[in-house]
Ligand binder design. Sequence first.
Ligand code: 13P
Ligand code: SF4
Length: 304
Amino acid sequence: MTVKEIQEEILKLKKEKDICILAHAYQNREIIEVADFTGDSFALSVKAQNVPQKTVIMCGVRFMAETVKILSPEKTVILSNPTAGCPMAEQMDKELISQVKEQFPDYTVVAYINTTTDLKTVCDICVTSSSALKICKNINNDKILFIPDCNLGDWIRKQVPEKEFKLLNGGCPTHAKISASEVDKAKALHPNALLLVHPECKPEVVEKADYVGSTTGIMKFAEESENKEFIIGTENSIVNNLQLQCPDKMFYPLSKDCICSNMKATTIVDLLNCCKGTFGEEIELDEETRLKAKACIDKMIEMG
Ligand code: 13P
Ligand code: SF4
């Protein structure tokens, strides 16, 4: 079968079987083309609440499929490839954070959405890269324990100097691969390009950027900018997506290594097999855990 034939079969099956396909913007292009919704973590977590279909296939990583299930327990939620985890989400567990909380009892625990459901049960509020700044500014406490991403936490801390932040040593191994020397090389090679980076990058990369934001933020900025050239400091799918969306502009990857193997784990054949019901993993959460984690996500949606 060709990719086009597989895509046509997926479109047919999702209609017949009342399936909604959600795809994070880092997914492969052929998957994005057949998705009902695509976007960053925040957009997808909000969308997940309101889709009419009874079955949702989440093309992304495990914590994203868990978020959909937390918000829509009545739906059948399928993770498109059971091996697709997020290494950052697996860096810290409930036991560790419970111990840290004992040391800092007067801090509000702000958890990046890239955390497990189990960990969310001991946190106060979730954030995504696009909602973190607003939420940290507006939280009714001037002491914030921000987990797990210390790069995102550092970026927020610098913009909210009136509050005290405690950061732990976690983060995204994909974005952490980008070095400041790669920035210097890319800028020398493309002197007219603007540098757009994700806040999961290291501080020494973030501070050289012309714009810092979530995947959707980066895409929106590039689409609306008068500039014609951009260096993209996030997962390299965004370079490809932008190049297709804005064929009159030029997009260069900041680093050829910024590829998330977990986000790339799902293939178009995996998605076809999920629609047929022969692949993917149905997400199941026990009700007590789900409700505790949901309180954290509900607060994010309310404040974000
Ligand atoms: P956003 O989609 O919120 O920008 O997050 C990036 C990411 O690394 C998702 O895993
Ligand atoms: Fe996790 Fe980073 Fe991959 Fe996103 S890009 S899924 S944060 S490892």
